[in-house]
Design a protein around this ligand. Structure first.
Ligand code: IPE
Ligand code: IPE
Ligand code: MG
Length: 245
């Protein structure tokens, strides 16, 4: 079934080059099973593994996932702690397969806020997966898009102080100061758990991204759900403000 779907999207049109995902619904998944919220986050790791492998198999080149937002720091300390521990466990357990699959990982966000152990795990993940040439996986941790935009504005202001002229401030120059500077904007944004909002994710980069919302909670997301989203994307008419040809 999943393989049929994969075969279909491979001939069905353009596969999105860059897919972004707001992985949401872990807490609700756990609550519906009378489990503590961190169990939902743990179950979400399996979904992530399947999604990374599915993206690679489908021919997606860049996958950007929202793992932990700036605002998520305000959750109860116990939940933040569990998420940070899970991040370290994720690195320890998954790094081998990520390398084997040619996945190069980048971590986007204010990583300075992470504790020393989580920071070390993140650095190791970046260093050891460098050079993977099948898929770029961007993990957004301690990420907030408004903060990212302010950071870019500050960088530009500093360049202006150093002699850059105001005319040189273009969309391209602005983009090149965002965390995502190396990659083209996302073609497809997937949000799980049925929420129709952006939650401070990639506000600049999503200008012309196709949005796909599914009711599936993140821990239940899998390869097949990813392929369904891609198939839906292939049916979209991306006009970029122009008239259809
Ligand atoms: C997404 O699941 C994971 C993070 C935001 C870290 P949630 O924890 O937001 O789950 P819900 O939305 O409460 O169900
Ligand atoms: C967005 O989900 C952040 C991540 C998926 C990491 P949230 O659950 O934090 O967003 P809201 O609170 O529903 O907007
Ligand atoms: Mg949520």
């Amino acid at each position: 079934m999943t393989d049929d779907l994969l075969a279909r999207i491979q001939v069905g049109g353009e596969v999105p080059h860059h897919v972004a995902i707001i992985m949401d619904g872990n807490g609700r998944w756990a609550r519906s099973r009378f489990m503590p919220r961190p169990m939902g986050h743990r179950a979400g790791v399996k979904a992530l593994r399947e999604t990374v492998e599915g993206a690679k198999d489908a021919g997606v080149k860049v996958l950007t996932i929202f793992a932990f937002s700036q605002e998520n720091w305000s959750r109860p300390q116990s939940e933040v702690g569990a998420l940070m521990a899970l991040l370290q466990e994720f690195v320890a357990k998954e790094i081998g397969d990520l390398k084997k699959n040619g996945v190069e990982v980048s971590v986007l966000g204010e990583v300075e806020r992470l504790g020393p152990r989580a920071r070390k795990a993140v650095d190791r993940l970046i260093q050891e997966t460098a050079g993977g040439d099948q898929l770029n996986l961007n993990i957004c941790v301690s990420y907030g898009s408004r903060a990212e935009i302010v950071r870019a504005a500050r960088a530009l202001a500093s360049d202006v102080k150093d002699g850059m002229s105001l005319d040189e401030i273009t969309e391209e120059e602005f983009s090149s100061r965002l965390y995502t500077s190396k990659w083209p904007d996302p073609d497809l944004l997937i949000r799980t758990s049925g929420e129709f909002r952006i939650s401070n994710f990639l506000l600049w980069q999503l200008a012309y991204t196709e949005i796909y919302v599914t009711d599936v909670l993140w821990p239940d997301f899998d390869r097949e759900e990813l392929f369904r989203a891609i198939e839906d994307f292939q049916g979209r008419d991306r006009r970029f403000g122009k008239v259809p040809v």
